[in-house]
Design a protein. Structure first.
Length: 214
């Protein structure tokens, strides 16, 4: 991952992780996130309109830095970048997909949750890794254990993180940012609950700002 993008992500502290099932939700959601300083977003490829959502957000808000999540195959790497994603994220480490991304110049953040995963990713050149599913894999204690022997990796823990435990993750030096799956749930998006979503996004921004001032 480009050092500039990595630094932007480290300053943002939370990477919104969004599953969009209705294309009409893409632009209003992006507007809310941008309005509160979240310009780097992850749109997961978990619906039939995910790629179209990436295209629509990028066209309307070119200042957004978009990533495609749940990228599992080389074909999805290509499709995501063609849609406008600037980097891709996967839940696990697949050397075929990771090497394809590397060879085509697409930054990829592969998923890991064990020492063996980390070593495989590092062997293939992975430096920024997604710790997933974070809470189910042992949470903060597990992450602290992993960063002992692997102190040089940069991590984006995702899964089960919320405002109650966010600070504990962000206090780990190797954590670049945390995946924010709680910011806008599928149900909230499908029901167009924009006030609820904006309240959570605003709260997350306030919490991050307070943590930064410590």
């Amino acid at each position: 991952m480009d050092t500039t993008l990595l630094e932007q992500l480290r300053q943002q502290r939370v990477l919104p992780v969004i599953q969009i099932e209705q294309l009409e939700c893409a632009e209003p959601l992006a507007e809310i996130l941008l309005g509160h300083g979240f310009s780097i977003l992850e749109i997961t490829l978990r619906s039939d309109i995910s790629l179209a959502a990436i295209e629509r957000i990028k066209r309307r808000y070119p200042e957004c830095i978009l990533s495609a999540g749940t990228v599992l195959t080389p074909e999805q790497v290509d499709a995501a970048t063609q849609a406008g994603a600037e980097f891709v994220i996967s839940p696990g480490f697949n050397p075929v997909t990771f090497n394809h991304a590397s060879q085509t110049g697409v930054p990829m953040v592969p998923g890991i949750n064990s020492p063996s995963d980390i070593e495989q990713a590092m062997y293939h050149g992975g430096k920024v890794l997604k710790f997933f599913p974070a809470e189910a894999s042992g949470g903060v204690p597990m992450l602290k254990s992993l960063t002992g022997p692997y102190s040089d990796v940069q991590l984006i823990p995702t899964g089960g993180i919320n405002p109650d435990n966010l600070a504990h993750y962000l206090q780990i030096p190797q954590v670049v940012a945390c995946g924010g799956t709680w910011l806008a749930t599928v149900d909230e998006l499908n029901k167009r609950q924009w006030d609820s979503i904006e309240a959570k996004v605003r709260f997350a921004r306030d919490l991050i700002d307070k943590l930064t001032l410590r």
